[in-house]
Design a protein around this ligand. Structure first.
Ligand SMILES: *[C@@H]1O[C@H](CO)[C@@H](O)[C@H](O)[C@H]1NC(C)=O
Length: 530
């Protein structure tokens, strides 16, 4: 279902280069950066064949870091007629929503005056990278190579780019250009020859993969290129991670500890990759650099390691690992059996392997009114057929979560104590940093979802002020049971207030009595002393 961002950023975070934040995210007035608004955006895009747009928020740290580089690149590209623009999403919310901006900054490339089909900017975030990326975008997407010798030379030297070659497929020229325009970042598109075929040459391979489908529409061909363009056994690193993640194909990792070890297993993985092309991608990962990524896959750092990440369902699978002590006392380096890997991949594809779910232990007793969920029981409980379940996904370090805690707890006390509500609604929470919750998308903390009663229900995200009243109204409106806590909550508060006052009066009375007794005792004492 939805993809969980915390995981997607896992590897990226390990490799992130932190820059020093400067003062302002917005470009200075005298720079070449053009500031657009909801009113001016569409006309501007229509009038310019190639535009790089930054969607930002003034408070965002990464936007501040990007700003001086963005300004420099804009100055340089001005003379090439490639404008760089900025849209402040805090004042142009509708536009940013329509553009589906997931976070800040978001960089998009608009082409041919089309405001509805932007491509993600996929280059680096310094001025030089931005300039070279945008210049490449302005070049023709397809190289036409007539000469046989020139083509052979390109093939021979081709060690890092996938070549997509159109050998004059009939009635295909326009589509080929369209696909090339979409996928040019990762591949090189060439027109050469007259054999009427469409072929892909992987880096270092002289044998082409020839398209044998019947449909030559842009969507089908784009998908085919995207699947075939991965090397049989490539490497996951900062440059390639994102394309593996967005390929919508499960990724099988081989964590290796040395180039020799990688080589030892390589031919086996190439065989598997050829066999399962389009079903699983296989790639190595240098454990000496990115070993910690094992933890994102719910694995211990025991290398070599083989694990599969189903990036669509965000589920993780791995070969069984050793207990810590056992691994520590190994005398020989760990080795994986080719046969075990093959078997594991087959079982994975047949749905016969259980995912490894990160989870705290299921609590033996619930200590608060809010029901504490963990990874192991999350699915079973949120898919309760009787109750609407409201779940707060939180992180222990998150300030907004801490502020919400007392409000949420007192609401849970009310709901779970109410005859009217307790069988219809469950108020729950889960520490999303310590437990896998693959079925929801978490872009920030806290996030709340209501799981309406019923096994097949889809979660609905809560958006609004985080108050008990708003939560109760949301449960009533979006839940299956229509449990109406709103009206009785008011009565409950009045009762609560009454009780509190009574208690206070009680206390005051008690204090008075105590004081009177103390006075009497003092008087008695004084008399005794006389
Ligand atoms: C293919 O399409 C491109 C872009 O529209 C055009 O420039 C080129 O001349 C066309 N080539 C052929 C052989 O029709």
């Amino acid at each position: 279902m939805l993809f969980k961002n915390t995981v997607r950023f896992g590897l990226a975070a390990l490799m992130a280069v932190s820059g020093s934040a400067q003062e302002e995210a917005i470009a200075p007035e005298d720079s070449a950066v053009v500031k657009l608004t909801s009113d001016t955006f569409h006309d501007f895009i229509k009038e310019h064949p190639l535009v790089l747009a930054e969607f930002f928020a003034p408070w965002c740290g990464h936007c501040k870091t990007l700003a001086p580089e963005y300004v420099k690149a804009a100055d340089e590209l001005e003379s090439k007629d490639i404008p760089l623009v900025q849209i402040d999403c805090t004042v142009n919310q509708e536009l940013c929503q329509a553009q589906g901006i997931p976070g800040y900054p978001s960089l998009k490339v608009f082409k041919n005056g089309n405001a509805d089909a932007a491509g993600e900017y996929q280059g680096g975030r310094d001025a030089k990278a931005i300039v070279s990326y945008m210049l490449k975008q302005s070049e023709p997407a397809v190289q036409v190579i007539e000469d046989e010798k020139a083509f052979k030379e390109i093939l021979a030297k081709n060690l890092d780019s996938t070549l997509v070659v159109d050998g004059s497929v009939p009635d295909f020229n326009e589509t080929f250009y369209e696909v090339a325009d979409l996928l040019r970042d990762e591949n090189t598109f060439i027109q050469h020859g007259k054999d009427g075929k469409l072929a892909i040459y992987l880096p270092g391979e002289s044998e082409p993969i020839v398209y044998d489908g019947e449909d030559f529409d842009a969507e089908t061909i784009s998908k085919w290129v995207a699947v075939q363009a991965f090397p049989y056994f490539g490497d996951v690193n900062g440059d390639t991670y994102q394309s593996y993640m967005s390929s919508k194909i499960p990724l099988a990792y081989f964590f290796y500890t040395s180039p020799e070890e990688r080589e030892e297993y390589e031919s086996h993985f190439v065989d598997l990759a050829k066999k399962y092309r389009g079903k699983v991608n296989f790639a190595g990962l240098d454990a000496s650099k990115f070993g910690r990524h094992a933890e994102n896959l719910n694995q211990k750092q025991q290398f070599p390691l083989f694990a599969i990440h189903d990036t669509i369902k965000d589920l993780k699978y791995g070969l069984p690992q050793l207990a810590e002590e056992e691994f520590a006392s190994l005398e020989e380096p760990l080795a994986l059996a080719a046969k075990d890997i093959t078997e594991f991949v087959e079982n994975f594809l047949e749905g016969k392997v259980d995912p490894i779910v990160k989870s705290e232990d299921i609590p033996e007793v619930q200590e608060e009114h809010v029901f504490k969920l963990v990874g192991k029981n999350h699915e079973a409980i949120v898919r309760d057929s009787e109750k609407d379940v409201l779940v707060e996904y939180y992180a222990p370090w998150c300030g907004h979560c801490k502020r919400l805690a007392p409000i949420y707890e007192s609401m849970a006390e009310f709901v779970h104590g109410s005859e009217e509500l307790k069988d219809k609604v469950l108020i729950a929470k889960i520490d999303a940093t310590a437990n896998d919750v693959p079925s929801v998308e978490i872009q920030g903390f806290p996030v709340l979802y209501l799981w309406p009663a019923g096994e097949k229900s889809e979660p609905i995200q809560f958006e609004g002020p985080r108050t008990a009243e708003a939560f109760l109204a949301f449960i009533k409106k979006s839940g299956t049971n229509g449990a109406d806590g709103v009206a009785i909550y008011e009565e409950y508060l009045v009762e609560l207030e009454k009780k509190r006052q009574e208690e206070e009066e009680q206390k005051a009375k008690q204090a008075e009595e105590d004081a009177a007794i103390a006075e009497e005792e003092d008087a008695q004492l004084a008399q005794d002393e006389l």
